[in-house]
Design a protein around this ligand. Structure first.
Ligand SMILES: Cc1nc2ccc(C(=O)NCC(C)C)cc2n2c(-c3cc(OC(C)(C)C)ccc3Cl)nnc12
Ligand SMILES: [Mg+2]
Ligand SMILES: [Zn+2]
Length: 344
């Protein structure tokens, strides 16, 4: 496995000349997609330092840096499921750890916090811009590997994460004691698999019940539900940012969906409406997704962490914007434009 990351690349990140200063880096309103791309690796390092993980787990910065650079290389150049998505998801995890004081207030352990940040960074490694069902349909190698257990893509992201950790000079977790190391990998597995929409639908009602009963940190199931909720919130965090941001991200997601639809047509399959650039109504589908899926997840978060109200409010604002843009779409649509043309 040739060293695709050179020692000089690691040194460049470690010496990262004082990275651009973003005064609201710790706020939920901050949009991580605005950070200078070449500075992203040193901001990942900064988050590990800010959260005191380097000290707490005696992490060697050069090994962590090489791991970060390999993870970055592990992401493909796709419209949405790329390194910038991974970074923005990890940044949201950082915001939750800081703003909700997840460890300080005893909601989760330090080890769970470390696993949370790592899982967010790695949760979509080597994504191909296609869904789990497309893996089955196209009879992909990943489907043959994982379809018997389900969560095909997520099992691949997990496998890539473990392989990266086992790459020469990348295992920054080797400084953990044996029990913590095994526990950390176990947590990373649960957290990355939790980003499968199917798993989310399966546990959603139990997460809701947990929030209504009141979170109990001594209940192992509650901790699993909270970590899963924190993963899905991070994965959807673009939708809690200002309208221009969340609208732009939706466009990127549909670019991937429509490319998959085109491939399905070439395979002689009928794509789902949402994947068909001729049939999809983006505002309608986005409204469904935000009102049926997103807002419910963030409302559960708010029940546990009242400070998450700002996130629910931002989501509600974006839903309103989709309602408004729907009327614009309808008017322009009458002039024969597809919803994609109107949106971009
Ligand atoms: C703005 C926005 N619109 C979306 C509209 C539809 C879908 C979708 O997958 N529909 C189902 C079909 C394809 C079988 C996902 C959307 N989506 C996600 C997202 C969330 C994911 O999973 C968790 C985090 C567990 C919810 C997993 C993957 C993705 Cl791309 N992130 N942002 C979005
Ligand atoms: Mg994913
Ligand atoms: Zn993701």
């Amino acid at each position: 496995y040739h060293m695709r990351v050179h020692d000089q690349d690691v040194a460049d990140v470690l010496m990262c000349p004082n990275p651009h200063d973003y005064p609201n880096f710790d706020d939920f309103s901050f949009t991580p997609r605005k950070i200078l791309h070449r500075e992203l690796p040193c901001f990942v390092l900064k988050m590990f330092e800010e959260l005191n993980f380097i000290e707490e787990f005696r992490i060697k910065k050069d090994i962590l840096t090489r791991f970060i650079l390999y993870v970055k290389k592990g992401y493909r150049d796709l419209p949405y499921h790329n390194w910038l998505h991974a970074f923005s998801v990890a940044h949201f995890a950082y915001l939750c750890l800081k703003n909700f004081q997840l460890v300080e207030k005893g909601y989760i352990s330090k080890l769970e916090a470390l696993a949370y940040l790592i899982s967010c960074l790695c949760h979509d490694i080597d994504h191909r811009g296609t869904t789990n069902s497309f893996q089955q349909q196209s009879d992909s190698v990943l489907a043959s590997l994982y379809s018997s257990e389900g969560s095909v893509m997520e099992r691949h992201h997990l496998s890539q994460t473990i392989c990266t950790l086992n790459t020469e000079g990348c295992n920054f977790l080797e400084s953990l004691n044996r029990d913590d190391y095994i526990k950390c990998l176990d947590l990373i597995k649960d957290m990355i698999l939790a980003t499968d929409l199917a798993i989310h639908y399966r546990i959603h009602s139990k997460q809701s019940a947990m929030a209504l009963d009141g979170y109990n940190k001594n209940n192992a199931e509650h901790r699993y539900f909270l970590c899963s909720l924190l993963m899905t919130c991070a994965d959807l965090s673009d939708q809690t940012k200002a309208w221009p941001e969340s609208k732009k991200v939706a466009t990127l997601i549909y670019t991937e969906f429509f490319t998959q639809g085109d491939m399905e047509k070439e395979m002689g399959k009928e794509p789902a409406n949402m994947m068909d650039r001729e049939k999809a109504s983006i505002p309608d589908h986005q409204l469904d997704f935000l009102t049926q899926c997103c807002i419910c997840i963030f409302k559960i978060l708010e029940m546990i962490f009242p400070k998450a109200k700002v996130l629910v409010d931002a989501l509600k604002k974006n839903i309103l914007c989709w309602e408004t843009s729907k009327m614009v779409f309808e008017r322009l649509g009458l002039e024969g434009k597809t919803s994609y043309e109107v949106l971009t």
